[in-house]
Design a protein. Structure first.
Length: 428
């Protein structure tokens, strides 16, 4: 909503372009960078259900405050709080879904990303409808009010819904059990030996922050978290620089620019639907390599497009091959800590400064070497992920059979086994 309503927000509040960017993006981004660790700490203390419900409630309230904001300071504060609450609610929801289906992490992330695209369509559609029904620069206020009302309804629905707690919420002095969302499972290959558990006692998980510090030793996890950070390149950053490129170099009209954005999103949706089916037959590493190679080749073709409308057409396959890279990279990162997805989330916060710096770095390149040069650098996403997948692909060694637990625990997947010993990297 802030992105789609930016022009009207700028006009109604009398802001400059720079001030608009500061209010809508810079201040909320910096506040999230500083305050996100607070809700990550509360995640362990309060549990995921409380974070989901509380985050939704704060999102609803801050959206209504944004709708009534008298000036840029209030609006920046409301959007900052909204961003932190969004991180708490959506991230906790994502972790819950990941841990609920540990054998289907990539499919979960593919569907999660696909539904996120629904929001990408819904926000501009709402703003467009309001522009027709209630024309004027204040339409963004009505849009924020509608979003706040919808979030309030969703908060009430979440309050009445049973939400499972994650395994990581178990306290250091309490063994995990089914009543708290934990899992009593058998000893698996690569698990620390009895008496050598990281929390100091057998059967007890370490606190979240201690586990996150230990996760920093897992070079493969860090590599895939870097890969997920790269996935910000062929996303909104691509849309911004691609729109400028087709306008300045290819003479694209506003309609052609909008069509190109729609083509990219539509292609991404098709790619995610296809990914959901391909995951039933192929592993994540193989799909990363296939999608990355195709994406790099298609993106090179798009860069060479001689006309605006050809660029629109070629953006469909670019979106179809770029969209699967994020859910695949995220799933491979989550696989490094089976049942401990919160650890991956906390560790990923180290890469937030990179995602904040990428637009500024590419803007600097565009100012000095041209927009086409900045666009060419976006190929670092597919190329980098292909390299990561090739380097981290699990060795084809036979793994010992894992006996089922006394309560019929699930079989351990290949990704789980390959992720088990994150400290040494030894094959099982």
């Amino acid at each position: 909503m802030p992105s789609g309503g930016a022009p009207d927000i700028e006009r109604s509040l009398g802001l400059s372009h720079t001030a608009t960017a500061v209010v809508l993006f810079l201040v909320p981004g910096v506040v999230q960078l500083v305050l996100d660790p607070v809700w990550m700490l509360l995640l362990e203390r309060l549990g995921r259900p409380a974070l989901i419900r509380g985050g939704l409630a704060v999102m609803a309230a801050s959206s209504l405050v944004a709708a009534a904001a008298p000036g840029p300071v209030t609006l920046a504060a409301a959007l900052s709080i909204w961003g932190v609450a969004t991180g708490a609610a959506t991230s906790s929801s994502e972790l819950t879904l990941i841990d609920r289906g540990p054998d289907h992490r990539a499919r979960t992330m593919a569907r999660w990303t696909l539904l996120a695209m629904v929001g990408d369509f819904a926000a501009p559609m709402l703003l467009g409808a309001l522009a027709v029904i209630a024309p004027g620069p204040q339409g963004w206020r009505i849009a924020f009010a509608i979003v706040g009302a919808l979030l309030a309804v969703w908060t009430l629905a979440a309050a009445r819904s049973p939400l499972p707690a994650g395994a990581v919420e178990a306290g250091e002095d309490e063994p995990r059990d089914a009543t708290r969302g934990g899992v009593n499972r058998p000893v698996l290959p690569g698990d620390p030996p009895e008496g050598g558990h990281r929390a100091g006692r057998p059967g007890i998980e370490p606190p979240l922050w201690r586990a996150a510090r230990e996760a920093l030793r897992d070079r493969v996890l860090i590599a895939w978290l870097f890969g997920t950070a790269l996935c910000h390149l062929l996303d909104e950053i691509l849309i911004v620089f691609a729109s400028i490129h087709v306008r300045d170099a290819l003479g694209a009209s506003p309609a052609a620019q909008s069509a190109m954005v729609g083509a990219f999103i539509a292609g991404g949706a098709l790619g995610l639907v296809g990914l959901d089916r391909l995951l039933a037959r192929h592993g994540e590493h193989r799909l990363v390599i296939a999608a990355g190679v195709l994406c790099a080749a298609l993106f090179a073709g798009w860069l060479a497009a001689p006309s605006a409308w050809l660029a629109v057409v070629l953006m469909i396959p670019v979106g179809a091959t770029a969209a699967p890279l994020y859910p695949l990279a995220s799933a491979l990162a989550y696989a490094r800590c089976p049942g401990r997805s919160s650890v991956v989330l906390v560790t990923s916060h180290l890469f937030t400064p990179i995602t904040l710096a990428l637009p500024w770095l590419l803007g600097w390149v565009a100012d000095r070497a041209g927009v086409l040069a900045a666009l060419a650098l976006l190929a670092a996403q597919p190329v980098g992920l292909v390299a990561l997948a090739a380097v981290t692909s699990p060795r084809r060694t036979a793994a010992p059979p894992v006996p089922p637990g006394p309560d019929g625990d699930r079989a351990v997947t290949t990704a789980d086994r390959d992720s088990r010993d994150s400290r040494t990297g030894d094959a099982p």
